[in-house]
Design a protein. Structure first.
Length: 145
């Protein structure tokens, strides 16, 4: 009988755990969730800014409106979608980067996000930027969702 209770307890414990997919990619009605699979070689000149903490690079070939990659320190990187997550993707919804902030250039929009955390600068209740996973192997970054 103890084995049955142990199995039931284990089942409830496993069902209560979040997966990485749920925590990284929240449902957002404004954005599609594009298939992303990018490999970046940090030795290439177009990614030289990523060799130093505080450096960033924009990749326009994937994502909804592109992806911004940011290096926090020697070991940590972030990658976020450049489409503003709080309105439907359109011609002006590709955000621009200034330091660690991403801003929507659409008229009558005041959406600014932190590219380290993905959170809206002044209204945390709004959707955060869509985040992507990063795996580092030596001088190579692999960005996926």
């Amino acid at each position: 009988m103890k084995n049955v209770w142990a199995a039931i307890l284990l089942l409830f414990t496993l069902l209560g755990c979040d997966t990485d997919d749920q925590s990284i990619n929240q449902y957002n009605p404004y954005l599609i969730n594009p298939q992303v699979n990018i490999i970046i070689n940090l030795n290439l000149p177009q990614y030289s800014d990523l060799n130093f903490p505080g450096g960033s690079a924009i990749i326009t070939s994937q994502g909804v409106r592109g992806i911004v990659v940011y290096r926090l320190n020697e070991d940590l990187f972030t990658a976020f979608e450049l489409a503003d997550p709080n309105h439907i993707a359109n011609d002006c919804s590709r955000m621009t980067i200034n330091g660690i902030e991403a801003s929507c250039p659409c008229p009558n929009e005041d959406n600014t996000y932190n590219i380290v955390t993905g959170q809206h600068k002044t209204m945390p209740e709004l959707y955060p930027m869509l985040g992507y996973r990063i795996e580092r192997t030596g001088t190579t970054l692999r960005i996926t969702n």
